[in-house]
Write a protein that binds this ligand. Structure first.
Ligand SMILES: *[C@@H]1O[C@H](CO)[C@@H](O)[C@H](O)[C@H]1NC(C)=O
Ligand SMILES: *[C@@H]1O[C@H](CO)[C@@H](O)[C@H](O)[C@H]1NC(C)=O
Ligand SMILES: *[C@@H]1O[C@H](CO)[C@@H](O)[C@H](O)[C@H]1NC(C)=O
Ligand SMILES: *[C@@H]1O[C@H](CO)[C@@H](O)[C@H](O)[C@H]1NC(C)=O
Ligand SMILES: *[C@@H]1O[C@H](CO)[C@@H](O)[C@H](O)[C@H]1NC(C)=O
Ligand SMILES: *[C@@H]1O[C@H](CO)[C@@H](O)[C@H](O)[C@H]1NC(C)=O
Ligand SMILES: *[C@@H]1O[C@H](CO)[C@@H](O)[C@H](O)[C@H]1NC(C)=O
Ligand SMILES: *[C@@H]1O[C@H](CO)[C@@H](O)[C@H](O)[C@H]1NC(C)=O
Length: 497
């Protein structure tokens, strides 16, 4: 419905570079699928790609102990970066250097580097050992990137550190040294340290950081720590509506006093519920349309404008959460979101361009694309189809009132547990369960086959384990109990309890 309420946009739209976020902390693509996706990003109008390696980078030394068992090889990374380069994509590495360090801090080896001993998300930033580890990590990532592609930007993350900074003993000590009780000073000191780690070696590289720590800061403190020159804040907000409520005129005004430019952060997937697996396109289009409005309203405040928007695509909310909407289900949302960012709307000419890039049948309309019922055959579409199929099938079961009435009447807790029920009704339910289980098992096999050609095999297993198996387990267990009931000739007299 939101699309019917398109606002009339200010006519002067400012050109903005669009970067697609490749989040590797969940469902990392196999190198071949990675490259084919880069091709699509480029054809859809992306200026570049922001690669959040997380635990998938081929780290050496002590850090390799925190690497994913399926981490890319160095040759894989070189191949991917080189491919991006040839697709004319500017590559921006993203390495979390403050919060969201779960993949490192969860392990026993790095437990001592936690801000709060009980929580795995934030580094103790006053600890010299944290600096050593970050220096090692940043240098490994930056050097490999810079060896293959230009590296005009490096994203150091720095979102969602919450209220933890200032808690570890080393922080308390450092704050004494810095002569402050204000944890923000400690944080800025850290952000400068991290920026310098990169910029001392790569002086031409600009540092990007999520804007969380700059939101309410005064210009003077930011300047004191050289952050105005070193860092460009990335303002992120993924809501579908009313972005101006969160990103106020005053907030933008303050940021533009501190920084000569900013970037934006919108979303095309992974920001609409952390257990959602099938992409609902309209909220993302709407978010990007809202971003177009933000750009038009606030870009002019900055000496050098809001230069780019990262269209983020989260594979998980954080290291510890389950998978959310994956890349194959979200290509149309990406394409439409990019157009929204560009022009504030999507025309039927845009739709035909998108159709041709995403290998859609020539009958595909803008309505199909927005409704998500297109049959476009871009790389990964089979995985998209198998996700959609199982989601639809589980919903079909949930919506089947007749089955649930039978369950409520004849297959409640007592029936299940004491095998005490009326075979006459149980036989009907048994046949339904059997049919659903058979089809669901076939769909699970399709998911395995279609996922395995684009993702490492872990992804299909995790997806089924988290999102599908509770459905098939319920059916299997039900069938077992029902066959016990069906096999029974007689039943005990009441009372049963
Ligand atoms: C990359 O840019 C160059 C120069 O603008 C152009 O000749 C080439 O076709 C582009 N390559 C791709 C894959 O878009
Ligand atoms: C961590 O949790 C334990 C209890 O499990 C508590 O005693 C301790 O104070 C907590 N540490 C911090 C830094 O909050
Ligand atoms: C920090 O707080 C303590 C206790 O409130 C106070 O004694 C001290 O003067 C403060 N230090 C600074 C630098 O503000
Ligand atoms: C903007 O900056 C002023 C002056 O430093 C400050 O008083 C105000 O709270 C800031 N507003 C926001 C939304 O950060
Ligand atoms: C923007 O430009 C003006 C005029 O050159 C300058 O005084 C100001 O410091 C600049 N602002 C920032 C945040 O760089
Ligand atoms: C946006 O596009 C839709 C569909 O193409 C169209 O119905 C609508 O009128 C457009 N809105 C504006 C403000 O251009
Ligand atoms: C659509 O594709 C079919 C089969 O490839 C072709 O016969 C038809 O002319 C195409 N229609 C348009 C409008 O391009
Ligand atoms: C796709 O969705 C649109 C909008 O809900 C609907 O009008 C159209 O009939 C659907 N097409 C198919 C092939 O399901």
């Amino acid at each position: 419905m939101r699309l019917l309420l398109f606002l009339t946009l200010i006519s002067l739209t400012v050109a903005v570079d669009k970067y697609v976020h490749m989040d590797l902390k969940g469902a990392p693509p196999r190198p071949d699928y990675f490259k084919k996706s880069l091709d699509l990003f480029s054809k859809l109008g992306a200026k570049g790609v922001v690669i959040e390696w997380e635990d998938m980078f081929p780290l050496t030394g002590i850090l390799s102990s925190a690497s994913h068992g399926n981490a890319y090889s160095k040759a894989d990374v070189i191949g991917i970066l080189d491919y991006a380069n040839r697709a004319n994509l500017t590559v921006v590495p993203l390495v979390q250097t403050f919060g969201h360090a779960e993949w490192i801090l969860k392990t026993a080896l790095f437990e001592p580097l936690r801000e709060n001993e009980n929580y795995t998300n934030v580094f103790c930033i006053g600890n010299p050992a944290t600096k050593d580890i970050l220096s090692d990590l940043l240098s490994q990532v930056a050097q490999l990137h810079a060896a293959v592609t230009p590296m005009p930007f490096f994203h150091i993350g720095a979102d969602e550190a919450m209220i933890q900074p200032g808690q570890c003993p080393e922080d308390v000590e450092m704050m004494e040294e810095l002569g402050t009780n204000d944890t923000r000073i400690l944080v800025y000191h850290h952000l400068r340290t991290v920026s310098k780690l990169i910029q001392d070696e790569f002086p031409e590289t600009k540092i990007l950081a999520w804007f969380d720590e700059f939101k309410f800061a005064d210009a003077e403190t930011i300047r004191d720590f050289e952050l105005s020159e070193r860092v460009t804040p990335v303002v992120w907000k993924y809501n579908a509506d009313n972005l101006e409520q969160y990103l106020t005129e005053e907030m933008w005004g303050n940021l533009s006093q501190s920084f000569s430019s900013a970037w934006g952060g919108s979303a095309f997937k992974g920001a609409n519920g952390n257990a959602k697996i099938d992409n609902e396109i309209v909220p993302y289009m709407s978010n990007n349309q809202q971003w177009r409005i933000q750009l038009d309203l606030h870009s002019g405040k900055f000496n050098r404008s809001i230069e780019a928007v990262i269209v983020t695509g989260w594979q998980r909310y954080d290291h510890f959460t389950g998978l959310c909407e994956l890349l194959p289900t979200s290509m149309t949302a990406l394409a439409l979101s990019m157009k929204m960012l560009e022009n504030g709307n999507v025309t039927s000419e845009d739709a035909s361009l998108i159709s041709s890039v995403l290998s859609c049948p020539n009958s595909t309309t803008i309505v199909n694309l927005i409704a998500g019922n297109d049959t476009c055959k871009y790389e990964g579409y089979k995985a998209r189809d198998s996700i959609k199929e199982i989601v639809k099938y589980m919903k079909n079961f949930d919506d089947y009132t007749w089955i649930h009435n039978l369950e409520n009447g004849w297959f409640g807790k007592t029936a299940e547990d004491r095998h005490f029920s009326s075979r006459y009704y149980i036989e009907s339910l048994y046949n339904q369960y059997k049919k659903y289980l058979k089809n669901a098992n076939r769909m699970k096999q399709d998911i395995i086959n279609n996922f395995n050609s684009i993702f490492f095999s872990e992804t299909a297993s995790e997806f089924l384990f988290d999102r599908v198996n509770s459905f098939t387990d319920k059916l299997s267990k039900g069938l077992e109990d029902m066959s016990r009931i069906i096999g029974r000739r007689t039943f005990p007299v009441r009372p049963l309890f």
